[in-house]
Design a protein around this ligand. Structure first.
Ligand code: NZQ
Ligand code: ZN
Length: 383
């Protein structure tokens, strides 16, 4: 196991009706004027937004609001949010929604206290300082409710890039599994896939003797394998929703990724798909992961065999990857580039953006370092 520091100070408030605590939590973390930031309307239709506002009213906290965050959130709305924060003297950003609303809130929070262009953070500058952020989560997926990361797409060029820093780790996150019961099955399945991806990206390691984190990841993967189909069959299964929601948070606070190298090649390869086709991140990952895993499995066949045996109850590395792929298909996820709207002739663009974006110089690195030729073959395997 490698040396590490683990510091994950988000306060998680979990369970039925917990959104009623939004106002008192903002107050407890020093907020006196809030920007409520949300997506395309699901929180309006479900009545959640009104309940959050009532909670802020009760705590005597004034607020401005900005809706309209799109999945794969865009830079344009971030600039708008930064302006509102400055003009209105906002000192706390409250995201109500999924990973997209949370990531956009984090970008606004960082940009509002920065003199330069917030996009600098998405070109590699770490985020040390930001307005405090809180979240009311409505989908178990991205894990942004417990992470110090944010992913934004710049409209000019449709570059999808990540930023990180302790400054944007949420001060609190309200996790009410009931709120996820209104999700369409496809979005639920995208979330399940993303959570499992966050686990696999950590499982694929070159570090030795990482038994504790291996076992934590396997437990969470088995939970997703067992609970996932339950919520697809019955969207109102509260207990399964609850298990998935906490697994999603645990998968990405990095509690099971410490002390080990991690992969993230599947995420990097996928981000080019959701940037180019505007597909859901989870759907892109469902197509990407089996292709990547088959391509790299001989790098450490024993690791893939271990997952095959312990998680999927099969013998060989290849059987384990196939079992995972079939599981994803069974919950309604796509398995080919074509299903995401992709075509073979797009592959050179995908590879160029992947291997030369983000200041890269022809390769991406993780569990295995992949060059342009490798990435071309991986995208071809998705056809
Ligand atoms: O916009 P609304 O109307 O709210 O609808 C959303 C959206 O269409 C809908 N939805 C969410 N909760 C709902 C609901 N519909 C009905 N009932 C509910 N309770 O679901 C759709 C997807 O929402 P979104 O926020 O985009 O989902 P997700 O949480 O999967 O976030 C995806 C984004 O997170 C990034 C992804 O790249 C993508 O841009 N990620 C962020 C990470 C991080 N910050 O740590 C890590 C991840 O790997 C990921 O890259
Ligand atoms: Zn993800």
């Amino acid at each position: 196991m490698e040396n590490f520091t683990f510091y994950s100070p988000t306060k998680f408030v979990f369970g039925k009706g917990t959104e009623a605590q939004a106002g008192s939590l903002v107050k407890a973390f020093g907020g006196s004027k809030v920007l409520i930031h949300y997506g395309g309307g699901s929180v309006v239709r479900s009545g959640l937004l009104d309940r959050v506002k009532a909670s802020l009213d009760e705590a005597g906290i004034p607020y401005a609001e900005l809706g309209g965050v799109k999945p794969n959130p865009r830079s344009g709305l971030v600039y708008e949010g930064i302006d509102i924060c400055r003009k209105e003297g906002i000192d706390f950003v409250l995201a109500v929604g999924g990973g997209s609303s949370i990531d956009s809130s984090k970008a606004i929070a960082a940009g509002a206290v920065y003199d330069g262009d917030f996009w600098d953070f998405y070109c590699g500058k770490p985020i040390d300082k930001a307005l405090p952020v809180g979240t009311v989560l409505t989908i178990a997926a991205a894990g942004s409710e417990g992470s110090g990361d944010s992913v934004i797409t710049k409209e000019e060029g449709m570059y999808k890039r990540g930023a990180s820093g302790e400054g944007i780790r949420p001060r609190f996150s309200i996790l009410n599994p009931e709120l996820t019961q209104t999700l369409p099955p496809y979005q639920t399945a995208c979330g399940i896939t993303d959570i499992m991806a966050h686990l696999y990206e950590r499982y694929l390691t070159n570090s030795k003797d990482v038994e504790v984190t291996d076992r934590l990841i396997e437990a969470l993967l088995i939970t997703m394998k067992n609970e996932g189909p339950k919520v697809i069959a019955d969207p109102n299964d509260y207990e399964a929703r609850a298990n998935i929601m906490w697994a999603g948070t645990m998968a990405h606070t990095n509690s099971c990724g410490v002390g080990r190298s991690q992969d993230w090649n599947s995420h990097n390869i996928e981000h080019e798909l959701s940037a180019l086709y505007d597909c859901a991140h989870g759907a892109g990952l469902a197509v990407t992961m089996p292709a990547v895993f088959k391509y790299v499995m001989n790098h450490d066949i024993a690791r893939f065999e271990q997952a095959a045996k312990r998680v999927w109850g099969v013998e060989t590395a290849e059987e384990g990857i196939d079992a995972f792929k079939n599981f994803l298909i069974s919950i309604g996820m796509p398995s080919t580039l074509g299903e995401l709207g992709g075509k073979e002739e797009d592959i050179p663009t995908l590879v160029k953006n992947l291997c030369y974006g983000d200041g890269r110089t022809g390769t991406i690195s993780g569990f295995v370092t992949l060059n342009e030729d490798d990435c071309t073959k991986i995208y071809q395997a998705m056809l």
